[in-house]
Design a protein around this ligand. Sequence first.
Ligand code: UD1
Length: 337
Amino acid sequence: MKILVTGGAGYIGTHAMVELLNQGYEVIAVDNFVNSKHEAIKRVKEITGRDFLFYEMDVRNKKQLDNIFQEHDIDCVIHFAGLKAVGESVQKPLEYYANNINSTLILCEMMRKHDVSKIIFSSSATVYSANNKMPLTEKSHTGECTNPYGWTKFVCEQALTDMVNANDSMSVALLRYFNPIGAHESGRIGEDPQDIPNNIMPLITQTAIGIFPYLNIYGDDYDTPDGTCIRDYIHVVDLVEGHIAAIKYLEESKGVSTFNLGTGKGVSVLELVSAFEDATGVKINKKIAPRRPGDIAVCYAATNKAKDKLGWEAKKTLKQACEDTWRWQKENPRGYE
Ligand code: UD1
C-alpha cells in the first residue's frame, strides 16, 4: 500500500514514517523544510534501513503535487504538513490561514483529480471549545478557538467534511491530537524546535541540559489538585500507531470519522516535571510564573471511540516518554544540527 506523507521531516511525520516503513508500507514523503531539516529524512532511512522517495516541495505547489499523483499510484494521504506555533499564529494570521488551509484544499483537489479517496488529517484538541466538560469526547463542542492556528484546524476539518458530503466515495479520518511528547527509542529522531520552544516537554529537556536556567510554571492557582494545569500527554510513537490504525479503518469505512488521540489520563505540569525528574535523575529548576494567556485549566481525552472503532489505545507510560525525550535531547543537544 502506497502512502503519501506530507510534512514527512517534521516531529510527528518522521515518527510516522518509521512505523509505516517498519510495517511494510511504501512511503512517499514531501516536506518544504520550513520547520524541519534534511537530516531528519536521513535518520528515518538509517533507523528503518529502508529507502523511500522524498520530494522537497511545498504542498501548495499544484504542478509538483500533480506530477507526484500522476507518477505514483497513491492509496492514502497522511497530511501532517502545516504551521503549528500558536503564538506565531497570532502574529502572522494570514500566513497561517494561507499555508494550513490552502495546502489542505490543494491536496484534496489533487486527490479528486487522481481518484485517491483516503486522507488522514492532523487535527488538534485545540478545536474543542474552552467550556466543555472533561473528558472531551469527539462530540464535545468545537469552535470558539482562541488563536488562528486553532481556527485553521477547525476550518480544515469543516472543509474535509463538506468535501465528503459532496462525494460519498471519499473517506476522511480527522485525528485530534492531545499533547504529543517523547521520541523514538533509538534517540535518533525527536522534536527539534527551531527557535524557543512553545511546548512544555522541549522546555523541560532544554532546561535539563542547561539551555534555559529554569522552567516557568505558568500558574499554580488553577482549580486543580496541585494548582497547575492538567493535560493529556501522549507518546509520539503511540500517536503514530493511531494513524496506522486509522489507515486500516479507512479501508473499510466511508465518510468522515473523527478520533481523539490521547491517553485519557490527565497529568499536571508539576506531575510531568516530577515524572521527568524520576525517570532521568535530573533535577529541573522551576519558578512559578503568572498564568499564560489562553490556557485552560484541564484538558484530556475520552478514548473509548478510538478503542472501539480503531482497536487502538496508547500503551507507553509517561516514564517511557520522559526517558525517550531525554535520550533524544542528550544525544542531540542542538537537534539535527
Ligand atoms: C498547546 C497549544 C495547542 C497545541 C498543543 C500541542 C496553546 C494555547 N495551545 O497546548 O494548540 O495543539 O500545544 O502542540 O498554546 N507550561 C508551563 N511552562 C512552560 C510551557 C508550558 O507551565 O514553559 C504549561 C502550560 O501552561 C500548559 C502545559 O504546560 O498548562 C502544556 O503546555 P503546552 O505544551 O504549550 O501545550 P498546551 O498549552 O496544552
